[in-house]
Design a protein around this ligand. Structure first.
Ligand code: G6P
Length: 613
């Protein structure tokens, strides 16, 4: 949800900022803007649309300067147009600010500033904040850092901000609460960004800005940190684990396709050092360090959003089956507001690719305040959720850039499965035979995914047939029900075709009324699980002339003969089927979207990291 970048140092800021915006474009792409100080001028250029539109406009202007800030926007307040784009000027045009987040009390602040004679040219909450900073600065006659501190004391909401001042070409002031912010430390230069991807090219030394901290970056000086309540902090420098090649497409036409094809590797990375197939063993240090908590847990609550919520559902099936602990899976946005009953012996598992999703972070805070033990399953190392949980387990899927999540999903399911197996074994609720078989099979999953990926061309071929469709239904049962939900979500997100996932037996309670010869129905009908029941459900669709696309286990002819199209996947343990069955669904959604000419990596209205609620 909005990406921010900043630079101060010896180099020209413009190319660094533009490249940084391109790396952060997954966070929002409604409009983009840049502010640069050159000589006596504070130049601000903005454009509706993507970073490429900004470049087309800004390239014609004076883009010189060794200090600047830039922004790519996902609109919250005010439509995505040039006026509402960031950076925003203060009234005097002495200050410029970029912001990721929401200022919740902006209306009250705006009213107060209007009474003081301030006028506003945009509809944004951000413009209110920069006007407030200017007002506070002038009325208290303080420097920029102090003005930011005083202003933020009046603000309710979430933010990552960066501010520059016309007469101060040697200083950037930035701050955060809720939204992420990272400072890269180079030699006599600073980089600033919403995540480390714009920074990795220049330095591997970073400081993750903490909650309610204000950082002051002065040319040639050390980084200074103060909290909003005026406590001085010592910067904690960390080494980045990310590499530049992880952020490039590596010959693939889209990040999404690259990330789908990376899954054999990402799942191996996820299991590396954790699954030992030779010794038939799983070791998750996050579990071992907190074994008693898991063994004594009366209930596990999984909280997440979007694709991560689907992974959570699969986790529920596995934990209940293997560990016999009751599990509830909650949308973070509902959980945080519905006065849930949370007990001290509950474990709350927060799942998040980005580790920044505002609702999931708030759900974590709520559960923590009620005394529950919080376990995070996140992908982005050093992000806010892992920093706010008691313990956890990284998924190690590497940077995921495509807005539609793919490899992060399978890595989340892998971690949840490992966790379920470990708890079950320790509790004795899982037979040793089942444990050994599943661990052994888990180790084979990366190779089995490779065999599915070999069907990419065939999937691309038949996907062309379905670009006519206005609607799709996905169905599955048991472990494959969340896969149906995830398959439908992938298609919706990137091809804009309406799609619904259903437990197959629920079809007769409504959705079957939609079936006619136009309606493609994707059925996950693998042999493990309730195969016969799903076959009956397929018959019911077939009788109404629906078009059947089935995901079957290799060798199955019964479902194949009932289907218009089939994709086979290798056989495996029932709990591991989702890791295989989702792959053809990701590919199918991808190819349909490509044929329809959609922007696969940056679908309309979406953002990868949802840092506003
Ligand atoms: C956004 C993304 C989804 C993601 C969801 C939750 O909607 O587009 O791909 O599943 O947020 O994000 P998280 O980072 O918490 O997994």
């Amino acid at each position: 949800m909005c990406g921010i970048v900043g630079y101060i140092g010896k180099r020209q800021a413009y190319p660094i900022l533009i490249k940084g915006l391109q790396r952060l474009e997954y966070r929002g792409y409604d409009s983009a803007g840049i502010a640069l100080i050159h000589n006596e001028n504070l130049n601000v250029y903005k454009a509706k649309g993507k970073v490429a539109d900004l470049v087309r406009f800004a390239d014609q202007q004076d883009t010189q300067g060794t200090i600047g800030i830039a922004h790519t926007r996902w609109a919250t307040h005010g439509e995505p147009n040039q006026v509402n784009a960031h950076p925003h000027f203060s009234q005097s045009e002495e200050l410029a600010l970029i912001h990721n987040g929401i200022i919740e009390n902006y209306a009250v602040l705006k009213e107060g500033l209007t009474e003081q004679g301030y006028t506003f040219s945009s509809e944004t909450d951000t413009e209110v904040l920069i006007q407030l900073i200017e007002y506070v600065k002038n009325s208290n006659k303080v420097d920029l850092t102090k003005a930011v501190q005083l202003a933020l004391n009046q603000v309710v909401g979430a933010y990552a901000i960066a501010v520059i001042e016309k007469g101060q070409p040697d200083t950037i002031v930035a701050a955060r609460k809720g939204s992420p912010l990272v400072v890269g430390i180079g030699k006599d230069e600073f980089f600033l960004a919403s995540d480390a991807s714009p920074i990795v090219e220049y330095t591997d030394q970073v400081v993750y800005v903490g909650e309610e901290e204000i950082v002051t970056m002065r040319r040639g000086k050390e980084l200074k940190i103060k909290t909003i309540s005026n406590v001085t902090k010592t910067p904690e420098i960390k080494k980045l684990e990310m590499t530049l090649t992880q952020l490039e497409k590596g010959g693939y036409p889209h990040f999404m396709l690259k990330e789908i094809f990376e899954q054999p590797k990402t799942l191996s990375d996820s299991m590396r050092g954790r699954v030992n197939v030779d010794e038939n063993n799983i070791t998750l240090s996050g579990f071992i360090d907190n074994k008693e908590k898991f063994l004594n847990a009366k209930r596990i609550i999984i909280t997440a959003c979007g694709t991560s919520w689907h992974a959570g559902l699969i986790g529920m099936y596995a934990i209940e089956e293997f560990a016999r602990i009751p599990v509830e899976v909650e949308y973070s946005s509902e959980f945080r507001y519905r006065k849930p009953v949370i007990n001290k012996d509950d474990i709350v598992i927060a799942i998040s690719q980005s580790g920044e999703t505002a609702d999931t972070l708030a759900a974590v805070e709520l559960a923590k305040s009620k005394g529950a033990f919080i376990f995070g399953i996140c992908n982005v190392v050093g992000s806010s959720i892992p920093r706010n949980t008691h313990s956890g387990c990284y998924t190690h899927a590497g940077p995921e850039i495509g807005v539609a999540s793919t490899k992060a999903f399978t890595a989340q399911v892998t971690v949840l499965t490992m966790l379920a197996l470990m708890i079950g074994r320790e509790k004795g609720t899982l037979t040793e035979d089942q444990y050994l078989r599943t661990v052994h099979e888990l180790g084979k999953i990366p190779e089995k995914i490779k065999t599915i990926l070999r069907q990419n061309d065939a999937i691309a071929q038949f996907a062309k047939t379905f670009t006519y469709a206005q609607n799709f239904i996905y169905m599955g049962r048991g472990y494959n029900f969340p896969v149906a939900l995830e398959g439908a979500l992938k298609l919706k997100e990137i091809s804009y075709i309406h799609a619904e996932g259903y437990p197959a037996a629920e079809m007769k309670h409504g959705p079957i009324a939609l079936i006619n010869q136009e309606m493609p129905v994707v059925v996950i009908a693998t042999s493990a699980g309730m195969y016969d029941k799903v076959v009956s459900n397929i018959q019911e669709i077939k009788a109404r002339k629906g078009k059947i696309i089935s995901i079957i286990t290799e060798g199955d002819v019964v479902v194949k003969n009932l289907s218009d199209y089939t994709i086979s996947i290798p056989d495996t343990e029932e709990c591991l089927v989702p890791l295989l069955a989702v792959i053809p669904l990701q590919l199918m959604a991808y190819h349909i979207a490509v044929v329809k000419g959609c922007d696969v990596d940056q679908p309309r209205n979406l953002a990868k990291s949802v840092t506003v609620e």
